[in-house]
Design a protein around this ligand. Sequence first.
Ligand code: GMT
Length: 372
Amino acid sequence: MNIGIVCYPTYGGSGVVATELGKALAHRGHQIHFITYAQPMRLDRFQDNLFYHEVELPNYPLFEFQLYSLSLASKIADVARFENLDIVHAHYAIPHAVSAYLARQILGSETKMKTVTTLHGTDITLNGLDPSFLPLVRFSIEQSDAVTAVSRYLAEATKNGFNVQRNIHVINNFIDTDLYQRQPCTPFKRQIAPENEKILMHISNFRPVKRVADTIHIFAKVRDKVPSKLVLIGDGPERIECERLSRELGINEHVRFLGKQTALPELLSSADLFLLPSQSESFGLSALEAMSCGVPVVATSMGGIPEVISHGETGYIAELGDIDRMAKYAVELLTNSKKWQLFSANAREKAISKFKTDMIVPQYEQLYESLL
Ligand code: GMT
């Protein structure tokens, strides 16, 4: 099949899932055309069957605000025409699903191209419900030939929040379990924890929804009981405030902010515990990446997290903001090596048995085929 993928190219779960899906589909022999404003971050080496089409943004003084959605629609129409696209797959509803709809309208009877929209989370739970977007998001959900959501929770939240009746296919996020697997004691671990301290880790875009400050408070409590270090990976609006907080709590020499990183399997391999105290999470891809590397996760019970983390088996789940409980769970796992070994093995096993790339990508292929 000839498949166009429209996504955000920068850091963030939806762009990562879209890019990894494109790479896996290309590997299975499909021609994949990424259409976006910059080369997707994870598209970092040559692979056969993969193409990238950049959306140009005209700069004219009259256009005080960028008209990205419209430029994107024109580009999708162009690529669809010249590459004979069978499918255009929009990841994240705003504005991609709307641009895909527009592109199909532009082509009219010239194309039989079908549109697929994958909902990732904040496009529904946060931004999509904003009155300035709601009618547009509902419209694009109704008009897509197929809609998928990355968890059961998100499918239900979409039906309830937007009052839509149509079928929403649940296709979970996935992980390359060969790439994401625990490596033996890494040089990074020796540098971060020279006295063999435990390493707690968190990866996110440091937006308010991730509650990174809770991560730091949890760590402060854990450090009272267990010699440990906290490694924070990623960047975003809350980072400066979190740096300030760790100084204020007097733990800054034990907290390392690494910024954006690409060598995630190596970094995760050094972790003893992953923390995800989010306020909202449709799935929690970073938790799955950790689990695949055998790292148990302590998280909140929000959104789709309980579909990924099995409480008492692969990690622990607590109420939003219950820092004491999350710290208690963390200490329990870090001080009981038998339990840690069991949870670590369970986490890896769940990643393999439920979320391995080879199990999930064919679900997208079948969906495309059913539309054609
Ligand atoms: O976590 C974010 O805010 C980024 C966002 C994105 O779209 O880039 O992530 C969402 O999509 C991921 C991939 O499907 C999910 O794993 C995340 O749970 C989801 N984030 C939220 O729902 C807050």
